[in-house]
Design a protein. Structure first.
Length: 212
């Protein structure tokens, strides 16, 4: 667990008079805790108050969550639903003045929480977490450097793998495979756009073949 980041968020909350921060299984959660459980339709949220940190999560994800954090978990089973976990959390206690919400979390997660609480104001969690994430630590700078070097290696491999007759999708898979074999934790996407598709920035790699 990256405890220092949660502590820093709490200090900012006290300074800005924010009562709670609600974070879904997104990059914000990974930034704060060092990991993120598999995101699906089951409600899973990190709840940060000015003096506590806890997570509502499906029992199904307990082992995965425990691999990267030891914060208190309020677990729920599929056959019972998340209602009791919500009531037992800081969501079910008192009134919030201001709540900061992760703008990239699922809307149904947010509705489930806000339906249990009265509050005066909702702001974007980016006002707190975003201001922290723009200031990179030495560890993050080194990770960015390593990622850039890996991307350079992948590009060199892609040029060699770009032979006449290979499809865009086939080349994209070659590139993704290279990233994984080279140690990438995650490959968000690979985009190969050949011929007339090269002018389409949001093209999805398909069966178009690379020509000489």
């Amino acid at each position: 667990m990256r405890e220092h980041r949660c502590i820093a968020i709490q200090e900012m909350m006290r300074a800005k008079k924010v009562d709670a921060v609600v974070v879904g299984p997104t990059t914000h959660m990974k930034y704060l805790l060092g990991g993120v459980p598999h995101p699906d339709e089951r409600i899973c949220v990190l709840l940060v108050s000015q003096d506590s940190v806890q997570m509502i999560a499906p029992k199904l994800n307990e082992e995965q969550i425990r691999s990267f954090t030891d914060i208190p978990l309020l677990l729920w089973e599929d056959d019972e639903g998340p209602g009791h976990a919500l009531e037992s959390s800081i969501v079910g206690k008192g009134k919030w003045g201001t709540v900061a919400v992760d703008g990239t979390m699922r809307a149904d997660f947010l509705l489930a929480i806000l339906g249990k609480r009265s509050f005066d104001r909702v702001i974007a969690a980016d006002e707190l977490i975003g201001s922290m994430r723009v200031k990179k630590s030495q560890e993050e700078i080194e990770a960015l450097r390593e990622a850039a070097q890996q991307a350079d290696r992948a590009m060199e491999y892609a040029v060699k793998a770009c032979v006449p007759g290979i499809t865009e999708r086939g080349l994209a898979w070659e590139i993704e495979s290279f990233f994984r074999k080279d140690g990438a934790e995650q490959v968000m996407f690979t985009l190969v756009a050949a011929g007339p598709n090269g002018a389409r920035p949001h093209h999805e790699s398909g069966e178009n073949r690379i020509e000489k």
